[in-house]
Each structure stands twice: as structure tokens, then as C-alpha cells.
Design a protein around this ligand. Structure first.
Ligand SMILES: NC(=O)c1ccc[n+]([C@@H]2O[C@H](COP(=O)([O-])OP(=O)(O)OC[C@H]3O[C@@H](n4cnc5c(N)ncnc54)[C@H](OP(=O)(O)O)[C@@H]3O)[C@@H](O)[C@H]2O)c1
Length: 343
């Protein structure tokens, strides 16, 4: 099966990730008649501009998946849990953006550059990782080629679009309100996000880590097939519209030089090294937003550990962190001839 004749459903087409998925399909001139835009009943009938024409949004119901080959679901975990099995029942490959199935042992969690081969055993649903996990897993896969990674500490700087389209509007509104001397009105987050930094992404668990931090730990281990790797994340929301950044310290079983790390990262598919600190050149959201690659810089020896490296990552959370990774999974499934499960 080639990807040009696949009928694709985008569930959540009116959302932040869905909009980027449509942008990416338009970049490929994917034919409008092969795309079905779906969302909740609230959006049914809404028109979305696409390649000089319009897609009419329909409500995502089980029967709406009749005839669909690939369903990208970018809505919520509850929506995925309700609709993904229905889509699979009707013969679709579901590529799910949410957290519903990521840790299900029967569901591959895939970053094609790292573990594309896991697609071979899908049974209808493939999950994509959390948007902070993908760039971290790619960087660790690159570095782990020469020395086992034993421990990772990471602090994230996560953009508000990671929460969805409503949070982007809220950041804009709060910034305008505060600059005009009006109070901010938090809705998406427990505190104002404009001109602020929140050391909380998701709810707190009993161990003091948040749900997002647990996702980074568990998903990274699953993608890398390494249940021993020790990971301690601190996930932080920052008032940036798009692109998550991460400050990472990696410990290896042996010393890895910054030069060797730079070579490994540069050669890894989907990673671009941007690292001229003397010229103040390093990855930043303003530069990485709208780009497909994971950008890595500030590569240096960890001053606190002889076998450690420190680095800085920036990655567009809506592209490689979500919609692009999902489309690349479809491409990889086509390439491996495993769009349909149970070959
Ligand atoms: N944003 C990111 O960086 C990112 C990265 C990786 C993964 N994800 C995951 O992707 C998913 C979507 O995130 P987002 O940022 O795009 O959120 P969003 O901007 O809030 O959009 C949510 C989408 O889901 C749709 N939806 C809500 N209820 C629905 C229902 N009952 N049936 C069908 N569609 C429904 C909404 O449609 P209406 O317009 O009709 O309400 C909207 O299109 C989430 O699971 C998120 O965890 C997001």
C-alpha cells in the first residue's frame, strides 16, 4: 500500500496538533478528498481551509471510521479510549497522540528514528510519545550508540501549546491584560502563565513527581527498550507559545567526549547540532518553531561527573513532538508494509 492512496482521518482537526497535521499534509499536497477532518459535535460543520479548498469537519463517531485506512487521534485520552478500538475494528491503523495507550504492552510507542521496528508488532494502535519524551529519546539513542546511558536528569521548559490551543489564547490574553494593568485570569493553569514560570506540568503524584514527569521516565524507557535507565525530570511550563526546551545531564558507563557526542548527534537522523556558544549560537524556541528537526547545543562535559555530559535541546512540540512524528509513523508503516495489523 502506498501512502498516496490512504484515506486519512484527523480526529481533533480543530485543535493545536490537528491544525499542524493538516499543515504537514498540505505541504505534501495530500489530496483533500482523502482526508476526513473530525472533531467533537461542537465543531461539526465547521470549514477548515485546505490547499485552496475546504474540509468540512464531521463529528467523530465509530461509524465515521468506515473506509479509513489511517486515523490520527489528537483529542484527549478519553476520546482515544472510546474511539481507537472502534477505528481498529473498522480496519484502520490508529496513530494516537494521547497518553491512553502509551504504556500498554500490546501497543508500540514509536519514534521512527529510534524504534521504527516496533511498528512490526502493532495490533492496530500505535502511540506517539509525549512531546518532551521524543527529543530526549532521540538524543539518548544517538549518544547511547557508543556507551550505555546510566542516568539522566532533565529540566524542561515547556511551551503553552503543549496544553492545547486554548492555552495559547490564554497566554496572549493574560499578557495583554497584565500589560494594560488588568489582573490575569488563569483558566488552563493553577496560576497566571504570562510573565511567570510554573514548576508543574500535570497533576502531582504521591512521590512528588508530576504525571508529565512520570511520562518522561516511563516512555523513554519503553522507547529505548531499557528499563534500567535512571531518569529524574522536572517539568516546567514557561510563557513561550511553541517549542519545548530541555536542559539535560547524561551519565554514561564510560566517559564520552563532547566532540564524540557532537558527531553522534549530528549524524543521527532528525537531529541538528546548533552549537557555537562563543557566538551565542544555540537552540532556541524562536529558531526551532516551525522546524521539523530536534536541535541540540551547549554540548559540554558535566562539571559534576567524570562520565557526564550536559546539553540543551529545543524541539517544536507540535511538529516532531506530535503531528510530524505521527505522520512519520504512517510513512514508516507504509515502508515496512505494515499499515494493516496482523500480517
Ligand atoms: N500540543 C502538544 O504539543 C501535544 C504533543 C503531543 C501530544 N499531544 C496530545 O494531542 C492531543 C491533542 O492535543 P492538542 O494540543 O491538539 O489539544 P487541543 O488544541 O485542545 O485540541 C483538542 C481537539 O480534540 C477535539 N475533541 C475534543 N473532544 C472531542 C470528542 N469528544 N470527539 C472528537 N474530538 C474531540 C477538539 O475538537 P473541538 O474543537 O470540537 O472541541 C480539538 O480538535 C492530546 O491528547 C495531547 O496530549 C499534544
Amino acid at each position: 500500500m502506498s501512502d498516496s492512496n490512504l484515506t486519512i482521518a484527523i480526529v481533533g482537526a480543530t485543535g493545536a496538533v490537528g491544525a499542524v497535521a493538516l499543515e504537514l499534509l498540505a505541504d505534501r499536497s495530500y489530496p483533500a478528498e482523502r482526508i476526513i477532518a473530525m472533531a467533537s459535535s461542537r465543531s461539526a460543520g465547521k470549514k477548515l481551509p485546505y490547499l485552496g479548498t475546504e474540509l468540512t469537519v464531521i463529528e467523530a463517531t465509530p461509524d465515521a471510521f468506515d473506509g479509513v485506512d489511517v486515523a490520527f487521534i489528537s483529542a484527549s485520552a478519553d476520546v482515544s479510549r472510546a474511539l481507537a478500538p472502534e477505528a481498529v475494528k473498522r480496519g484502520a491503523l490508529v496513530i494516537d497522540d494521547g497518553s491512553a495507550f502509551r504504556m500498554d504492552p500490546a501497543v508500540p510507542l514509536v519514534v521512527p528514528e529510534v524504534n521504527g521496528a516496533d511498528l512490526e508488532w502493532h495490533q492496530g494502535i500505535v502511540s506517539i510519545p509525549n512531546c518532551t519524551t521524543t527529543p530526549l529519546a532521540m538524543s539518548l539513542a544517538a549518544l547511547g550508540q557508543v556507551a550505555t546511558v546510566t542516568r539522566v536528569t532533565v529540566a524542561t521548559y515547556q511551551a503553552v501549546s503543549g496544553t492545547g490551543a486554548a492555552a495559547v489564547r490564554e497566554l496572549d490574553e493574560q499578557a495583554s491584560d497584565l500589560l494594560a494593568g488588568r489582573p490575569a485570569n488563569p483558566r488552563e493553569y493553577p496560576h497566571q502563565i504570562a510573565f511567570n514560570v510554573l514548576p508543574q506540568v500535570d497533576d502531582f503524584a504521591a512521590d512528588g513527581y508530576t504525571g508529565e514527569e512520570h511520562k518522561m521516565i516511563n516512555e523513554t524507557r519503553k522507547i529505548l527498550h531499557d528499563s534500567d535507565i535512571a531518569i529524574s525530570p522536572t517539568c516546567v511550563r514557561v510563557p513561550v507559545p511553541v517549542t519545548h526546551s530541555e536542559a539535560v545531564q547524561v551519565e554514561f558507563e564510560r566517559s564520552v567526549s563532547p566532540k564524540e557526542a557532537t558527531r553522534l548527534l549530528s549524524e543521527f537522523p532528525g537531529i541538528v547540532v546548533v552549537d557555537e556558544p562563543q557566538a551565542s549560537v544555540y537552540p532556541m524556541p524562536s529558531q526551532a518553531s516551525g522546524k521539523d528537526e530536534v536541535f541540540v547545543g551547549r554540548i559540554r562535559r558535566d562539571a559534576s561527573h567524570p562520565n557526564g555530559l550536559a546539553l540543551w535541546i529545543a524541539c517544536d512540540n507540535l511538529r516532531k513532538g506530535a503531528a510530524l512524528n505521527a505522520l512519520q509513523i504512517m510513512d514508516e508503516a507504509v515502508r515496512r508494509n505494515c499499515v494493516k495489523p496482523g500480517r
